[in-house]
Design a protein around this ligand. Structure first.
Ligand SMILES: NC(=O)c1ccc[n+]([C@@H]2O[C@H](COP(=O)([O-])OP(=O)(O)OC[C@H]3O[C@@H](n4cnc5c(N)ncnc54)[C@H](OP(=O)(O)O)[C@@H]3O)[C@@H](O)[C@H]2O)c1
Length: 257
């Protein structure tokens, strides 16, 4: 889908990859509807983007019904980018029931509810693009990443199934599966060092590939180093082998028993 002149609803807009995405799409002529929890930050971002008419919707996606309310408030949405996400926390044995509910709602339920809600108007117009920000963690799961990986894997399955469902309405669905992104975002904030040999991608490459994926209606854009892409593919074919490797090389992820 062409980006110029389109209204783009972006969740997690004030986060690292959110800001990178907002800037890239605004530079391509989109009007941005920026959603997140930090009103001041969102207003500052809206004011700093090229073009005008950018809007802000404040919402906490861990609250039931917030996802549907955001879509209702947004009005016309040509492109939805479900980008908001949070890390899963700790090993499951140290995770609270509230955290499980929160992560599932923010990372998986909200994108599904928003896609459902926005589909109604996209179907009527016979066009639209739904972009779901998943992760390489949805292709292979490391110890300490049970909850996060399961939401991203679920989102990936949802995206591919939805794409086949809605193509007949003229609506495209694109999965974005990043590996480790440097400089900005949740990974850079936590420790910023990828496991040896796994490689990282720059925010500018992320922006470039996101834009291209939307313009070309790609099913999935894997934005990761070649070695991480390879591991992702291998893990889908031989998950047991990858699990045995992780047992040896990554036992110290998350909190130790
Ligand atoms: N960075 C990476 O290396 C990487 C790799 C793979 C996938 N990803 C995915 O990329 C997406 C963006 O992440 P990021 O790296 O930009 O992380 P980030 O800087 O931590 O941003 C995450 C965004 O999600 C929003 N969010 C979290 N909880 C929320 C809630 N309860 N309600 C509404 N919004 C909420 C945050 O909003 P607030 O501003 O209100 O806190 C923030 O804007 C995520 O889906 C993540 O899983 C990132």
């Amino acid at each position: 889908m062409q980006i110029a002149g389109k209204r783009v609803l972006l969740t997690g807009a004030a986060g690292g990859l959110g800001e990178v995405s907002a800037r890239a799409l605004a530079e391509h002529g989109a009007t941005m509807i920026l959603s997140g929890r930090d009103e001041q930050r969102l207003n500052e971002l809206a004011a700093s983007l090229p073009g005008d008419g950018h809007e802000v919707i404040v919402a906490d996606l861990s609250v039931a019904d917030a996802a549907e309310r955001v879509v209702g408030q947004a009005g016309r949405v040509d492109i939805l980018i479900a980008n908001a996400g949070r890390p899963g926390g700790d090993n499951l044995a140290f995770t609270t029931s509230e955290t499980v509910t929160d992560v599932l709602r923010i990372n998986l339920e909200s994108p599904i509810q928003m896609s459902r809600a926005v589909l109604e108007q996209m179907k009527e117009r016979g066009e639209g693009q739904i972009v779901l920000v998943a992760s390489m963690a949805g292709k292979f799961a490391m110890p300490g990443s049970t909850l996060y990986s399961s939401t991203k894997s679920g989102l990936r399955a949802f995206g591919w199934a939805l794409r086949a469902e809605v193509a007949k309405y003229g609506v495209g669905v694109t999965l974005i599966s990043p590996g480790f992104v440097s400089e900005v975002g949740m990974f850079a904030k936590r420790n910023g060092k990828a496991p040896p040999g796994s490689g990282m991608v720059s925010p500018s490459r992320y922006a470039r590939e996101l834009v291209e994926a939307i313009e070309k209606d790609r099913g999935e854009a894997v934005i990761a180093s070649p070695q991480l892409r390879g591991l992702g593919q291998f893990s889908l074919i031989a998950p047991g082998l990858v699990e045995r490797i992780f047992r040896r090389v990554a036992p110290a992820r998350g909190r130790r028993d």
